[in-house]
Design a protein around this ligand. Structure first.
Ligand code: FAD
Length: 290
């Protein structure tokens, strides 16, 4: 089923879609155990699970399609395959799309991928909107895209970033998933701005459960998310107590998700970091809301 149709179905019931993101693990033993993670996550009945895809031409990327196939065939949950384009040729993208299509997977998240100065780009695609156009020319896929409530790090300003987002949607994106953020007000303001710009596709709010300090520091550096003062207080108070930080971080995330749902967001997308325990704790707290 296509993601916008899933969201429309949930909307009829007055509920947002509720989904997870996972990544193919780097370490072989974790990859061998991916079934255990998938089983636990799928038991929580998400509306879909998206699987990340590396930016460079890593061999791990073949695992993305393999895992997505498993999610669909073995666990009967709708998968979304992430695809990045800077380091791929049109032929390579075409091969991956053929494979996805052969497995009956309909949903693709079209991304540019981060620039890595260590690798030469392949020059077939410069931005995600070009990948979107290419995917559309290759078959009948439902295409999602990424968006940035606090603007993309490389964008000169939010208005320019939203102008390019509109271009991506006009190219054929019918659903957006946001970058993680910790301050819901920033997401609500961003959502309003997209509507003013004529972007009318559903936007899922991307939420990262924060349960350890190193992870937060890494995320904030990578995506520039603002840390609200009430969140910083939690970090300061519990930075030396792992268990307490886990509980407090999770409570913050659950609060964030409840507020998003109360504000009628189209969907909540949890960056699970392949941690079913965290996903379960969140699900148990909001089971009747989604
Ligand atoms: P684009 O939409 O191409 O935008 C990139 C930048 O260029 C922005 O600053 C934008 O304003 C500007 N821009 C856009 N179009 C144009 C244009 N036509 N002309 C000039 N400027 C333009 N990365 C991975 O490697 N693997 C993943 O699996 C992955 N999953 C992600 C999932 C989500 C939900 C999100 C939000 C991000 C994900 N990323 C992933 C990270 C993403 O690849 C990076 O943020 C990347 O830098 C931008 O990708 P994009 O598709 O948003 O780029």
């Amino acid at each position: 089923m296509r993601i916008p149709d899933i969201i429309a179905e949930k909307k009829k019931k007055g509920k947002p879609s509720f989904s997870f993101e996972i990544f193919p693990p780097k370490r072989q033993e974790l990859l061998d155990n991916i079934d255990e993670t998938l089983e636990l996550l799928c038991d929580l009945h998400p509306d879909f699970i998206s699987v990340t895809f590396g930016a460079g031409g890593s061999t791990r990327n073949s695992k993305t399609v393999e895992i997505a196939r498993k999610i669909k065939e073995k666990y009967h949950v709708e998968p979304v395959v992430h695809l990045t384009c800077l380091y791929y040729t049109k032929e390579e993208i075409s091969e991956i799309l053929n494979e996805i299509s052969a497995y009956g997977i309909e949903n693709v998240l079209a991304l540019r991928g981060d620039v890595n100065p260590e690798f030469p780009v392949k020059n077939d695609f410069a931005y995600a909107n070009e990948l979107v156009e290419y995917i559309k020319s290759q078959g009948d896929f439902s295409i999602s895209g990424g968006c940035y409530p606090e603007k993309h790090l490389e964008a000169s300003d939010p208005v320019t970033d939203i102008r390019y987002l509109k271009k991506k949607v006009d190219a054929g994106v019918n659903h957006l998933i946001s970058q993680l953020f910790f301050d819901n007000e920033l997401f609500y303001r961003f959502y309003e701005k997209t509507r003013c710009a004529g972007i009318d596709v559903p936007i899922d709010a991307g939420v990262m459960p924060v349960t350890n300090k190193a992870q937060i520091e890494r995320m904030v550096t990578m995506c520039g998310a603002t840390l609200p003062s009430k969140f910083e207080k939690i970090l300061r108070k519990y930075e030396d107590d792992k268990e307490a930080l886990f509980d407090a971080g999770l409570a913050y995330t659950i609060n964030q998700v409840v507020d998003l749902i109360a504000n009628d967001v189209d969907g909540v997308h949890i960056y699970t970091m392949n941690n079913p325990t965290v996903a379960k704790r969140i699900c148990d707290s909001i089971r009747n809301l989604v």
